[in-house]
Design a protein around this ligand. Structure first.
Ligand code: ME8
Length: 522
């Protein structure tokens, strides 16, 4: 059966700073989902990349003494390296300084300008902007949104400084799009904006005062020129958001890629950039006559040992360092398991060590190592043939077969990755308990046929687990599947059927531990 295609995107990263763990997090969630869907038979397009224009990047380039292009080339490469380090399976890596993107942005602008708003007015008009702007957030704020600190300095809600900006600017008539936005949020019963608390946040913003949005700047020039008026460059968010359609071939909407993948199934974003993706972006798209995305999910933020992660506090977690220290799949597992997806979470070394030792080494690693060693020792490394099944065997089989259904719901429908892992680990623990209760080592002395049945069932439980955990820990699961003698063409979710392939009789290689225990003081 051909399954529906799926397009998912991560936010494209600002190139003014080096990548940190928060950046890796967004894309990791997408990578897990992308791998899951591919193993489940879908055609997937998974996009990531870099956001390279705007005042913040121009300032960072000039303070490091480089021209902007040279600067963005260098930092963009570091984000590309991050995708390799984290073993992301993205299908494209877009850069907003690429020609294909500049063409797409300008065409998007032209279409918005050519159409009328729902109230029959120009979607884009020229005026003068006077207001507060935060370069760090690349966002405009109204006076009422600002916080005034104890020294009387105005700050954005994010804590970033704001400056007064006054310049000629094109405006987008956002205020005319309220009804269309509200209707859009109601187009899916499963939710366009998730989690629900974020949906409520957006709805109350849109129901409140929706101001027209300044969408061009004239006081600097690192950006995409506004078509027909070179004195202006596009607001960096309009430029950045358009990356999602550039990558599927816009403005060639009749091509196969656009037809297959647009509208995107999911924009995965951090909570800080929710408004851009759920208010501005769908309004731009509708104004251009295009469909908005089917879903936006906003995840929470990581702190480091209880503190906000920031360059000025010097507590930025470098993904290279933690991967070198704990191992890639261990880090991937921890990030997806530790925090309910959607909530904020805290990174701590103690929590990392505890998850790795408790859940990977003791629970999963031990199960595989123990069972495979017994097959080595008592069965001459040959997968045994099962005999008659008892009730406890049948129970294990039923649980294994139901696993994918629950995991699929959590990953694909709700994006509750932590819950998916929790469901999987219930099965890991059940399998461990099964082996402990059945005592195949004791059966090896007095009941060989029963021992063979038990070891075969335990082998099958591990095969199910290794297949289902691939999206989270691809390398480790591939190693485990190699040790189980499972050919690469039998590692899909259709292979999650008890005894799917007649494996009994297969000779296995000597087992090697896959999730070693860490010393406490690592
Ligand atoms: O926002 N914990 O880029 P960005 C979790 N260029 N996630 C975090 C985080 C943390 N401590 N810090 C950052 C941008 N992130 C724009 C996007 S899309 C058209 C343009 C997440 O590099 C953050 O929430 O500042 C966001 O989703 C992503 O990293 C990129 O942030």
């Amino acid at each position: 059966m051909v399954k529906s295609p799926y397009y998912l995107t991560t936010p494209i990263y600002y190139v003014n700073d080096a990548p940190h763990i928060g950046h890796a997090y967004t894309s990791l969630a997408c990578d897990v989902l992308a791998r899951f869907l591919r193993l489940d038979g879908h055609t997937v397009f998974f996009l990531t990349g870099t956001d390279e224009h705007g005042q913040k990047v121009e300032k960072s380039a000039s303070s490091s003494g480089k021209n902007p292009q040279e600067f963005v080339d260098e930092i963009s490469e570091r984000f590309r390296d991050l995708t390799k380090l984290m073993n992301f399976s993205n299908d494209d890596f877009i850069r907003t300084t690429e020609q294909r993107h500049i063409i797409a942005c300008q065409e998007l602008w032209r279409r918005i300008a050519a159409n009328k708003s729902p109230k029959g007015r120009e979607n884009i008009y020229l005026d003068t902007y006077g207001g507060w702007y935060s370069v760090r957030d690349e966002a405009f704020y109204s006076e009422s949104e600002l916080i005034i600190d104890s020294e009387g300095v105005r700050q954005a809600p994010s804590g970033a400084l704001v400056e007064w900006v006054e310049e000629p600017s094109y405006f987008f008539r956002l205020s005319d799009w309220r009804d269309e936005l509200m209707a859009y949020y109601r187009t899916s019963t499963e939710g366009i904006i998730l989690p629900e608390s974020r949906h409520n946040e957006v709805v109350s913003f849109v129901e409140g005062e929706l101001y027209d949005l300044s969408i061009s700047r004239t006081s600097f020039n690192w950006g995409v020129p506004v078509p027909g008026d070179d004195a202006h460059i596009m607001y960096v968010w309009l430029d950045a958001l358009a990356n999602y359609i550039t990558a599927v071939g816009f403005p060639q909407e009749n091509n196969e890629k656009f037809q297959t993948f647009w509208p995107a199934n999911l924009h995965m974003v951090g909570k800080d950039i929710l408004r851009f993706h759920t208010v501005y972006w769908p309004a731009f798209l509708m104004a251009a006559g295009l469909k908005p995305a089917k879903r936006v999910f906003a995840h929470g933020w990581w702190t480091n040992e209880g503190q906000k992660i920031s360059k000025s506090l010097g507590n930025v977690i470098d993904p290279n360092e933690i991967v070198a220290r704990y191992g890639l799949d261990q880090v991937r597992y921890f990030l997806m398991r530790e925090v309910p997806f959607g909530n904020d979470g805290d990174f701590s070394h103690r929590a990392m060590v505890s998850r790795i030792n408790g859940e990977l080494a003791n629970d999963f690693g031990n199960l595989a190592q123990r069972v495979l060693s017994m097959i080595g020792k008592y069965c001459n490394s040959v997968v045994p043939t099962p005999g008659e099944l008892k009730q406890s065997d049948q129970e294990l089989i039923n649980l294994a077969e139901k696993l994918i259904v629950k995991v699929r719901k959590n990953i694909v429908e709700y994006h509750t990755f932590h819950e998916a892992l929790s469901v999987i680990w219930e099965f890991v623990r059940h399998s461990n308990a099964y082996v402990a209760e059945q005592e195949p080592w004791a059966l090896s002395k007095n009941d060989l046929p029963r021992m063979e049945t038990v070891l075969y069932l335990a082998y099958e439980a591990i095969r199910h687990l290794a297949i289902i955990c691939q999206p989270f820990m691809p390398e480790s699961c591939h190693k485990m599947l190699d040790q189980l003698g499972v050919d690469s063409e039998f590692r899909q979710f259709v292979d999650l059927k008890w005894g799917r392939k007649p494996i009994a009789g297969l000779t296995l290689p000597p087992p090697e531990p896959i999730f070693p225990r860490l010393e406490k003081n690592i």
